[in-house]
Design a protein around this ligand. Structure first.
Ligand SMILES: Cc1cc2nc3c(=O)[nH]c(=O)nc-3n(C[C@H](O)[C@H](O)[C@H](O)COP(=O)(O)OP(=O)(O)OC[C@H]3O[C@@H](n4cnc5c(N)ncnc54)[C@H](O)[C@@H]3O)c2cc1C
Length: 389
């Protein structure tokens, strides 16, 4: 029994492996990844252009060799024996570990729209399939106006494809950005020629000879060559069935990513629920990876500050996420207090906007900015310092 085994070779898993080495861990580090692709980053998959493959590697095999990180691709893990400290693979092999890091992320949900030919977007293969379909398409129907749906709509419009964007919510990304900015986002999509159908759901979706036909609950029918569904995801935990680990919308962890009642096991990234909160964003995955690597490599000092001075070893207090839609770079930091109205400052030329979120006591809890990175940093710093701004 030796070393660290990391299950899942995307950003959370690879950043954990890299951070283990950065923090002086000298034991073996093995990353087990189900896909056959060399690890790549996901945010570019919904951005850029239809013609571009959007592949951004997280590590190359040569770098892996240099750092002593063993990348085991095409290695799907199917089971975990906590007592024996062993994972079993689809291939029939088994690997023992001293430390296990669970980084298996998410799989998109299709829900009631699980109809042949419908696209989702999570993997490089999904992105390649979608880009190929968009290249030949005239009309695309996007179901769900969250981050992925809104970015896919923008990507398709850049390629000149007619887009209908449907969501039962009254505005896109309302839950995260709030109603005011959601309205502005609606207008942004409409300005770029998107046919927005918000506040309506889809009652039926069927495939016909040349495409798909959706019936909306206001009675309208939308036909499209390509349908993309972006309605959320499920955590990849099937392989943990029977392991005895606590699963409750993610792997249940403490505030340092340690799995309750399972010494030597941590979880990071989208699959992990730290201190009751599960976050599906890139920066959180990276920060959790550093935190867990430190706990493993330098257990005695894991409550101190990261040597870089940037990342606290415990739970990361201020969330950060970005989204690129047309010429808007949207950055969100912290959490929105829904009981208070945001303070919005905007400038027309060049357009930029900042909405500051405060709690009832007037403390800054975060905010959203558009094309204003410096203000985003200021809001993040203020929220991290307890809201003085
Ligand atoms: C298209 C797209 C755009 C995004 N854009 C943004 C953005 O702009 N900003 C932002 O903050 N976030 C964005 N995100 C979210 C961000 O990419 C995720 O938060 C991040 O990928 C989470 O990383 P992860 O390693 O936890 O999980 P994942 O990226 O889901 O990786 C999990 C890995 O585990 C592997 N795996 C699963 N099960 C097994 C198994 N049993 N055995 C072995 N391997 C397994 C999978 O193959 C996968 O490689 C985007 C996501 C997508 C899909």
């Amino acid at each position: 029994m030796s070393g660290v085994v990391i299950v899942g070779g995307s950003v959370a898993g690879i950043r954990t492996a890299r951070a283990l080495r950065e923090h002086g861990y000298t034991g073996s580090v093995r990353v087990l990844e189900a896909e056959t692709e060399v690890p790549y980053d996901k945010p570019p998959l919904s951005k850029g252009s239809v013609d571009n493959d959007a592949r951004v590697p997280l590590i190359s095999p040569a770098e892996g060799d240099q750092l002593g990180i063993e990348l085991l691709l095409d290695s799907r893990v199917t089971g975990l024996d906590v007592e024996a400290q062993r994972v079993s693979l689809e291939s029939g092999e088994a690997l023992e570990y001293e430390h296990l890091v669970i980084a298996t992320g998410l799989t998109p949900r299709k829900g009631a729209y699980d109809v042949a030919g419908v696209h989702v977007l999570r993997t490089l293969a999904d992105a390649r399939g979608l880009r190929a379909a968009l290249a030949d398409a005239e009309r695309v129907l996007v179901l769900g106006a969250g981050f992925i749906g809104a970015e896919v709509a923008a990507l398709a419009r850049r390629h000149g494809v007619a887009v209908t964007l449907v969501d039962p919510a009254p505005v896109p990304m309302a839950r995260v950005v709030g109603a005011d900015l959601g309205e502005r986002l609606s207008a942004l999509h409409r300005r770029h020629g998107v046919d927005t159908r918000f506040g309506v759901g889809v009652t039926t979706l069927e495939q016909y000879e040349d495409g798909h036909r959706a019936r909306l609950d206001d009675g309208q029918v939308v036909e499209a060559d390509v349908v993309v569904v972006g309605i959320g995801s499920e955590v990849n935990v099937a392989w943990l069935a029977g392991s005895g680990l606590g699963i409750d919308d993610g792997v249940v962890c403490d505030g340092l990513g340690a799995v309750a009642g399972a010494p030597g096991i941590h979880a990071v990234g989208d699959v992990a629920r730290w201190d009751g909160v599960r976050v599906e964003h890139w920066t959180s995955a990276v920060e959790q990876a550093v935190c867990v690597a430190r706990s493993i490599a330098q257990p005695a000092t894991s409550t101190d500050q990261d040597p870089s001075g940037n990342i606290p070893a415990g739970h990361v207090p201020v969330a950060y996420v970005w989204s690129d839609q047309y010429d808007w770079k949207i950055q969100l930091v912290g959490v929105r207090d829904v009981s208070t109205a945001p303070e919005v400052v905007e400038q027309a030329e060049p357009f930029r906007l900042a909405a500051t979120w405060r709690d009832r006591a007037g403390r800054v809890t975060g905010g959203v900015t558009v094309n204003w990175p410096r203000e985003s940093v200021r809001l993040r710093t203020a929220a991290a310092r307890g809201g003085a701004a």
